[in-house]
Write a protein that binds this ligand. Structure first.
Ligand SMILES: [Fe+2]
Length: 380
């Protein structure tokens, strides 16, 4: 059988251009968004004895479907790219292994997934309030509990905390039915604990975590637990915003974090000023302008002082250097791969060895057919 010429071999193959590879990043709701389900039931703040604190009556939702398995696969693919890990793994004394801050330019699929209008709608519906993503740096903050070497420490005691931002959406990126621990535990006002359901893979839950003391139930078992968190603030600029930065500064590219923090704070301030300007412009307004301005000045002065304070206040946690551990591990891994492939190149196949021996003994070397060569790719 004649072997086809090289050009003929590839004639019918689809052309994969750089543009078509880039297009693979596009989030397609028909493929990546889980089918719509009933709005999830929720536990209210009242039920936890937390009364009227917060920006919504919802404390935590039951898990609800958000992304398909293919959507999860694409998210994980972008998340665990070497380029993402090499630039965005962070760790501190409270967070042993976190990947975050990669949505500015490295993980377009993850950004498209979280900013899709239907995803926003489902999260707002579960939260019982209109929310906006706090800023891009906080899209897709991922906790990685892994069986692999990139996580050298285990979380063996609960890390009780309130989140940095008013609301979070927690998405499960691994099979969770077999997990030990790993559930969100909430402390009620009477000191008892409420264990939230563990979301199945591709499912999410919302938590008003900025107002609720909570932890992840601990385990000493080495197991894969990967959850992705995106953080939210109220869309209404006049609602309370308790956001803080000091809990994330040790796990961030601080310059980029501060840039996005300042932009968001200034935009909220500008929207508040617009609301007041419109109020004073309203012919129906009959209050004292001086009182309005005094209140605005005091409230927004506090708001901006808080903005500044979060950029300079000391933090409780200390930065650790998991990224260096990862890069050293990766370098060794690549070195091992390279030496394995070069020694493979050097190895003579049994057929080559036989032919070499035949030539050395002055014999005519045997004919080599395609069928005689193991693992050869045959096209056609
Ligand atoms: Fe949390």
């Amino acid at each position: 059988m004649d072997e086809p010429a090289d050009s003929a071999i590839y004639e019918n193959c689809p052309v994969v251009s750089e543009e078509s590879i880039a297009s693979l990043a596009i989030f397609d709701p028909d493929v990546h968004l889980a089918p719509c389900a009933e709005p999830p039931s929720c536990i209210d703040m009242d039920e936890l004895g937390l009364g009227s604190v917060g920006i919504s009556k919802v404390a935590v939702s039951k898990p609800f479907p958000l992304f398909t398995l293919e959507g999860v696969r694409r998210i994980r693919e972008e998340l665990f790219k070497h380029e993402t890990l090499a630039n965005h793994i962070f760790s501190d004394t409270l967070n042993p292994s976190t990947v975050r801050g990669m949505c500015l330019d490295r993980t377009s699929f993850i950004k498209e997934a979280w900013t899709h209008p239907e995803v926003k709608r489902r999260i707002n519906e579960a939260a019982g309030v209109e929310l906006d993503i706090i800023f891009d740096y906080e899209i897709g903050h991922t906790y990685v509990g892994s069986k692999e070497e990139i996580q050298p420490t285990l979380m063996v005691s609960p890390n009780w905390h309130k989140d940095s931002y008013p609301f979070v959406c927690i998405l499960m990126l691994c099979e969770s039915s077999h997990l030990e621990g790993g559930r969100t535990v909430i402390e009620k006002s009477d000191g008892s604990q409420f264990f939230a359901d563990l979301p199945p893979i591709g499912h999410a839950m919302v938590l008003q975590g900025g107002y609720i003391l909570h932890a992840v139930s601990p385990t000493d078992k080495m197991q894969e637990r990967i959850s992705m968190v995106t953080s939210y603030r109220p869309s209404d600029p006049l609602k309370e915003d308790i956001s803080v930065l000091r809990t994330v500064r040790t796990m961030s590219d601080v310059r980029e974090l501060h840039r996005q923090w300042c932009q968001y704070r200034l935009k909220v301030l500008a929207r508040r000023a617009e609301v007041l300007a419109a109020k004073l412009d309203d012919p129906a307004f009959d209050g004292r302008i001086e009182d309005e301005m005094a209140k605005f000045m005091i409230d927004q002065g506090e708001y901006m002082a808080h903005t500044w304070g979060e950029m300079i206040r000391p933090v409780a946690s200390v930065k650790t250097n998991l990224r260096e551990t990862y890069l050293a591990w990766k370098a060794k891994d690549m070195e091992a791969e390279e030496s394995a492939s070069s020694s493979e190149d050097e190895l003579e196949s049994p057929i080559d060895a036989r032919i070499s021996a035949q030539v050395a003994e002055g014999q005519k070397p045997e004919e080599v057919t395609v069928e005689a060569v193991p693992n050869i790719a045959v096209f056609g």
